[in-house]
Design a protein around this ligand. Structure first.
Ligand SMILES: *[C@@H]1O[C@H](CO)[C@@H](O)[C@H](O)[C@H]1NC(C)=O
Length: 137
């Protein structure tokens, strides 16, 4: 292998590693009541004051390790055209587990469920389900 080939392999694998950090999945939304949560019990002090939070689907719940993790989320598409707000991303904190949240998601079994406030930033909230790209921050 030449040095140039070696360099190209390094370059392409770093590109691959970069892209593999973000995942594609689905998101629904939920409103109050939010307490108690499986992450923090009855304590609401862990909630961001901006209301930019969400609950974790089983795929990212990670046995509770997801609590407190931050995700950057972008709307890709939805059943109804023009549901996504172009160019918008939202940063959310995981505060609960979707499967057991007090208030039920607009759709079950999604990758994550966003608070209405967070969902509104990236999509039309009249849609119960959107396709998303999300990345652990
Ligand atoms: C959101 O979607 C609904 C139903 O499709 C539509 O009536 C409404 O105008 C949309 N809102 C915005 C801000 O685009």
């Amino acid at each position: 292998m030449s040095f140039f080939q070696f360099l190209m392999i390094i370059l392409f694998s770093s590109l691959f590693i970069h892209f593999s950090q973000s995942d594609v999945g689905t998101a629904s939304h939920y409103g109050p009541p939010f307490l108690p949560t499986e992450c923090f019990g009855g304590g609401g002090s862990q909630f961001p004051s901006t209301n930019m939070f969400g609950s974790a689907g089983e795929g990212i719940w990670d046995n509770g390790a997801a609590c407190g993790r931050l995700y950057e989320v972008r709307c890709i598409s939805a059943a109804v055209p023009r549901t996504c707000i172009p160019g918008q991303t939202v940063l959310i904190k995981i505060v609960d587990r979707a499967r057991s949240s007090v208030s039920r998601p607009s759709k079950d079994d999604t990758s994550m469920v966003l608070s209405t406030t967070a969902f509104e930033v990236i999509a039309n909230v009249s849609s119960p389900l959107i396709n998303i790209e999300f990345q652990l921050v």
